[in-house]
Design a protein around this ligand. Structure first.
Ligand SMILES: C[C@H](O)[C@H](O)[C@H]1CNc2nc(N)[nH]c(=O)c2N1
Ligand SMILES: N[C@@H](Cc1ccccc1)C(=O)O
Ligand SMILES: [Fe+2]
Length: 290
């Protein structure tokens, strides 16, 4: 989850300078392990036919089916063998530069806390279920693993170039809420969707959101919301293409061009869009009346 909620400006008590903390796996209570199992069982029933092949393959390869909150050391051992990534525990959202630096070194920061039983359907901050169930399976895919490392390197560059907003949108509309075109149809790879039972259905089946074929400049100009289902989903043709468009493209001239262009509001459709679904926005409009 990538959100602009409150972020402390220095490591909290007990965290090292890079904001990592011990996961303290032994301290999880049976209720916390049960919360993981409840969320896991609900999601894993939903995902065949909805999640991308890469995600399902990663879930299998990392043996996330074992019950209880995963032990990051054991998980990292398996993940390291596959793509050189590891999972490190943090107490919550960390500053952008810290986040990017971990990513650039193939370290995925994951919250070590889990939501309460009364928060099953929605949380504002990334907990261990969102981070590990949502993000980590994709890190087992070699192409996506390369994408995320490159994203981390690009993050520090975006900070220098004053283009964090544009890069944050790329992350949001791919890593968090991306869809990919497979032969059988659209499939989910975004962690914000795959870790949410309601949005896993909404993102593929509802006629409310727009579904638009991925275009890098378009995505970098498009606003997003962090507090409810997305009003836009962008669809990549495959992960190789995502890598080609991002890792092999120098963003500096792009940032320069984009910083002169207006943002695109969250539900707007542009004339040049390659539209798959022109959404009714019924869901967002109905919520607006609440
Ligand atoms: C753009 C920005 O770097 C991004 O939102 C980061 C910020 N800090 C984070 N911190 C944690 N722990 N997890 C995250 O997903 C993020 N997202
Ligand atoms: N190509 C980007 C770096 C990047 C790679 C992959 C994803 C996002 C960003 C740059 O030049 O800054
Ligand atoms: Fe996330």
């Amino acid at each position: 989850m990538a959100e602009e909620t409150h972020v402390l400006d220095r490591p909290p008590e007990g965290a090292s300078h890079d904001w990592t903390i011990p996961q303290n796996w032994g301290a999880y209570t049976p209720e916390e392990h049960a919360t993981w199992d409840t969320l896991f069982e609900r999601q894993v029933k939903l995902l065949p036919g909805r999640a991308s092949k890469a995600y399902l393959k990663g879930l299998e390869a990392l043996k996330l089916s074992e019950s209880g909150i995963p032990n990051f050391e054991e998980l990292s051992e398996r993940l390291m063998k596959l793509t050189g990534w590891q999972v490190v525990a943090v107490p919550g959202l960390v500053p952008d530069d810290v986040f990017f630096d971990h990513m650039a070194n193939r370290r995925f920061v994951a919250g070590n806390f889990i939501r309460r039983p009364d928060q099953l359907d929605y949380i504002q901050e990334p907990d261990v279920f969102h981070d590990v169930f949502g993000h980590v399976p994709m890190l087992a895919d070699p192409v996506f693993a390369d994408y995320l490392e490159a994203y981390g390197r690009g993050g520090n560059r975006a900070l220098e170039l004053g283009a964090l907003k544009q890069l944050g949108r790329l992350y949001w509309y791919t890593v968090e809420f991306g869809l990919v075109q497979e032969d059988e149809g659209l499939r989910i790879y975004g962690s914000g969707i795959v870790s949410s039972s309601a949005e896993s259905r909404f993102a593929l089946e509802s006629d409310s959101p727009n579904r638009i074929r991925f275009n890098l400049k378009r995505v970098m100009r498009t606003e997003y919301r962090i507090d409810d289902f997305q009003q836009n989903y962008f669809v990549i043709p495959n992960f190789d293409e995502l890598l080609r468009l991002t890792v092999e493209t120098d963003f500096a001239p792009l940032y320069h061009e984009l910083l002169q262009m207006p943002d695109i509001s969250v539900a707007a459709i542009q004339p040049e869009d390659d539209v798959i679904t022109r959404g009714t926005q019924q869901y967002a409009l109905s919520k607006a009346h609440d």
